[in-house]
Ligand binder design. Structure first.
Ligand code: RIB
Length: 298
């Protein structure tokens, strides 16, 4: 069984700020870092650092070579990452003193996926392979259709949540991994248990992981619900914490770990990620997670 992550690759322009800039306000930043990120690439790197071979598919623009290099350096297969004319996806990320962020996203090359490219990628995979998707690329609905036709198991992290998800047939999803804000956007319900109940009604065959930030996470599989607490650490930058959780949780599924073990592994990995600056550079390796390496000692 192989894992394909078909998703975004972004250059993240990260600005440390005192507070997230308010409407109409101008605020100075003390510096800027340019990091490699994108929900897709972060999740591929999380899978790879968790010890799972992963293939990434996506598009970068003419300045996107560092994103391809990051794949290679992390052991992510990049044969389906192509460079096209124009700009790569990029973000402007403000990170405040508590490690909270706000992200402005420009899709760039990520929004230039074609049906021909989708066919080329999917034809390289088999029935029962896993495809991991987020919502930072175009033609997500077509990718879901074609992956489903192929018999692949589809994992969807519906992030960021927006109207383009309405075109997708979500009955074809095997796993949803989402946070409580996306859960509310999808179901109109605020309470975590209510979100899970509604998800079970709408998608009875799908398994659902709902992350709740400092409140931990929940995993619903049929009528069973597993609960996981969050590890308490001092956050410096929460960027890619959700991506780390997603990659590590899926790695646990692939390795055949029990749900409670998978949730715990993912909680530990994302706790380490928030103690580090940056997007994919903050994702720990499986050795670091096993040794509990973090300043606070997860
Ligand atoms: O989830 C974090 C990611 O979201 C960042 O790396 C940024 O690129 C945005 O896509």
């Amino acid at each position: 069984m192989r894992v394909l992550c078909f998703g975004s690759l972004n250059l993240d322009y990260v600005y440390p700020v005192d507070h997230i800039v308010r409407l109409g306000e101008t605020e100075s930043s003390s510096g800027v870092n340019v990091n490699c990120g994108g929900k897709g690439l972060n999740q591929s790197v999380a899978l790879a650092r968790a010890g799972v071979p992963v293939w990434h598919a996506g598009l970068v623009g003419s300045e996107g070579q560092p994103l391809i290099d990051k794949c290679v350096q992390n052991g992510v297969n990049a044969e389906h990452v192509h460079m096209i004319e124009g700009r790569s996806g990029h973000t402007i990320i403000q990170v405040d003193k508590e490690g909270n962020n706000s992200i402005l996203l420009f899709g760039g090359a990520n929004m230039c996926i074609t049906e021909e490219f989708i066919d080329e990628v999917i034809s390289d995979f088999e029935k029962d392979d896993i495809i991991l998707l987020q919502n930072e690329i175009n033609l997500l609905d077509i990718i879901i259709e074609k992956a489903y036709e192929k018999g692949m198991k589809i994992v969807l992290n519906p992030s960021p949540f927006n109207e383009s998800l309405e075109k997708c047939n979500l009955n074809k999803i095997s796993y949803f991994i989402l946070n409580e804000i996306e859960g509310e956007q999808m179901t109109g319900i605020k309470e975590p248990e209510g979100i899970l109940e509604e998800m079970r009604k709408r998608y009875p065959l799908a398994k659902v992981v709902l992350t709740l930030g400092e409140e931990g996470s929940l995993y619903q599989c049929g009528k069973d619900i597993y609960r996981q607490s969050a590890y308490k650490v001092k956050a410096v930058d929460t960027t890619a914490a959700g991506d780390t959780f997603t990659g590590y949780f899926i790695s646990a599924v692939i390795k055949g770990m029990k749900p409670e073990e998978g949730l715990d592994l993912a909680a530990k990995a994302s706790a380490i990620a928030v103690t580090r600056q940056g997007a994919l550079d903050s994702v720990p390796t499986i050795d670091e997670v096993s040794r509990g390496q973090t300043p606070e000692g997860v």
